[in-house]
Design a protein around this ligand. Structure first.
Ligand code: ADP
Ligand code: MG
Length: 562
């Protein structure tokens, strides 16, 4: 510790590069500080540091991390506590560039597996970044000394020592996440694809702000006929709406809360922080939002179950395009979701291609089936459930055709959910039941497909490995710019970073030894889940978050051919 102070005095006023001399480990009274990497200049990515505190000093209650899910929740809580302490104790910007900035990566409304804070082997490790202060390119050692000897000790004490933390909130955080995990695991064995608890608060502040809407919110209440209850390990008995496996429609007038409910189900694959309002809204962890995605690139997908007989006899058994249409992209998104072993498809009419979703009787009379390449989802959705066991939840306010292929129909009426299944089924005219069904193309099967390994080469220019998440939705991988803007269940840039590294890991270790993308990715993700995110990176970082298999596959599937 005093060694660090002396080092700082020695480099005061020198050129920025002299900060490099600080790399190494320093022992403070209750923690050790390692300066893992020093940035090259004040404008570069800030320097990376890690702080290791033994639990003999931090004194976290051991029951907070007895299982994996509890540990992840506790890590999430601590990272947020460190972030709060940074806000309070870091003086902030001083000097130029990123001088004085202190950061730790945390999640938004969800609790993700991250590597910014780890509880391991009786210790807590926090990984932060600091912009080492400078005026011009001259080291401001006094400012740095304040950071290391005043601000950081306060941040560590307030963020990591149990006696200074809000212990009851900590306990609630961990128990809530454990309950959510438990609840999600109950779904399939109870033949449910999703569950929305009574009193859940679904609407968000805005399309870009995932925090709960505060004013005039109608809490969710299950209709009696769909109500079911669970006994959670911590919270005890809860009641809510169970959405059965099968085909479920969400109907209702415009602006009555349909998309809001579906959005909550999309996010229901993740655990949420207490106070989010969606803590007890869960869907099966393999649920995939499927939408139309004009212009997306599609490579070697068998979309023939939905689209066949294209003009110029284009082959749809192995379809590729650099520029998908609404319907071809939505078909590809569904086939890929099935390939990734999704058990639940989530579809909103707002983001669907209407010709992919429906084709009514009159249109069938005018444009005969022989002339129409598209078999609408309407004609396959039931079969997808009966033959593949994959459920669908579809927001559909605009067409009653779906009544006849649905098992459950939920109406939202001024944000109140009603079970209108019987009413909707009573409206179905027996004679109109899918006449086209018998003439459908061959059945859907899980495709066994492998990406072109050469496409997964991460080299760019002179760099042998160039992988960089420019933003949550833009991944640079080798010479590819992968557009993830329509991959709606990707929620954090840390996941995007991990996706880039996972593609490389998959390409190097599993792509050629496995016969399908799905099998290889499963192995890659299993390794990461077992050994931790750190195995993906050659440097120690705290910037990664764990994605699902679906989002990793989505990135690979969007790589453009050229
Ligand atoms: P729809 O898809 O049926 O047209 P939306 O889900 O887009 O409707 O919701 C319309 C508006 O109502 C949104 O601004 C949303 O935030 C708000 N909203 C949704 N659910 C609730 C609720 N339970 N209480 C209050 N406002 C809500
Ligand atoms: Mg809507």
């Amino acid at each position: 510790m005093e060694h660090l102070r002396t080092q700082l005095k020695n480099i005061d006023g020198k050129g920025y590069k002299a900060y490099k001399q600080l790399e190494g480990c320093y022992h403070f009274q209750t923690y050790s500080l390692t300066i893992d990497h020093v940035q090259g200049d004040p404008f570069a990515q800030p320097s990376r540091l890690s702080i290791l505190v033994s639990n003999e000093d931090a004194l976290l209650a051991p029951e907070l991390f007895t299982s994996k899910v509890r540990r992840v929740a506790a890590e999430d809580f601590l990272a947020r506590a460190v972030a709060t302490a940074i806000k309070k104790h870091a003086k902030g910007d001083r000097g130029i560039g990123k001088s004085g900035e202190i950061r730790i990566e945390t999640s938004g409304q969800q609790v993700l597996v991250r590597n910014s804070l780890l509880i391991e082997a009786g210790s807590i490790e926090a990984r932060i970044t600091i912009g080492l202060p400078a005026a011009g390119r001259t080291i401001l050692a006094k400012e740095a000394e304040d950071i290391f000897f005043i601000e950081l000790p306060n941040i560590i004490a307030q963020g990591l020592f149990f006696s200074n933390l809000d212990q009851s909130r900590f306990k609630i955080h961990v128990e809530s996440v454990e309950d959510q995990d438990y609840l999600r695991k109950q779904l399939l064995q109870n033949k449910l694809s999703a569950f929305v608890a009574d009193n859940a608060l679904l609407p968000r502040q805005s399309g870009i702000d995932d925090r709960p809407l505060q004013k005039n919110v109608i809490p969710f209440l299950s209709p009696e006929s769909l109500a079911c209850s669970f006994t959670l390990p911590n919270r005890g008995k809860i009641r809510g709406m169970g959405i059965p496996c099968g085909v479920t429609l969400i109907v209702g007038g415009g602006f009555h809360g349909k998309s809001t409910l579906l959005h909550a189900l999309e996010r229901g694959v993740y655990n949420h922080i207490p106070g989010d309002g969606r803590e007890l809204v869960v869907s099966d962890r393999t649920a995939v939002k499927v939408r139309a995605e004009d212009n997306r690139s599609i490579t070697n997908i068998n979309i023939s179950p939905f689209i066949d007989h294209l003009p110029f006899a284009r082959d749809t058994n192995c379809f590729s395009t650099e520029n998908g249409s609404g319907s071809t992209s939505q078909a590809a998104n569904i086939i890929e979701a099935l390939e990734d072993e999704a058990t639940l498809l989530l579809i909103d009419e707002d983001t669907s291609a209407s010709n992919f979703m429906i084709r009514d009787q009159r249109m069938q009379q005018l444009v005969t089936n022989a002339k129409e390449p598209i078999t609408p989802f309407l004609h396959r959705v039931q079969e997808i459930h009966t033959t593949l066991g994959v459920s669908s939840i579809i927001v559909m306010g605009g067409s009653g055709d779906y009544f006849e292929v649905s098992d459950t129909v939920i109406m939202l009426d001024s944000y109140t959910a009603l079970d209108v299944t019987l009413k909707a089924h009573a409206l179905v005219d027996e004679k109109s039941i899918q006449k086209t069904q018998s003439s459908l193309a061959s059945l859907l099967k899980h495709q066994v497909r492998r990406p072109n390994i050469e496409q997964l080469n991460p080299a760019r220019g002179r760099k042998a490995v160039s992988i960089d998440a420019k933003s949550k939705i833009t991944l640079l991988y080798g010479h590819h710019d992968i557009d993830l803007s329509k991959v709606e269940q990707l929620i954090d840039i840390g996941q995007t970073r991990s996706i880039g590294l996972l593609i490389y890991f998959y390409a190097t270790n599993y792509a050629s030894s496995t016969n399908s993308l799905n099998a290889g990715l499963k192995m890659a993700l299993a390794a990461v889940e077992e050994k931790g995110l750190d195995m993906l990176s050659i440097w120690k970082t705290g910037t990664l978050a764990l994605p699902r298999l679906h989002e990793v596959a989505a990135a690979i599937n969007r790589i453009r051919g050229k």
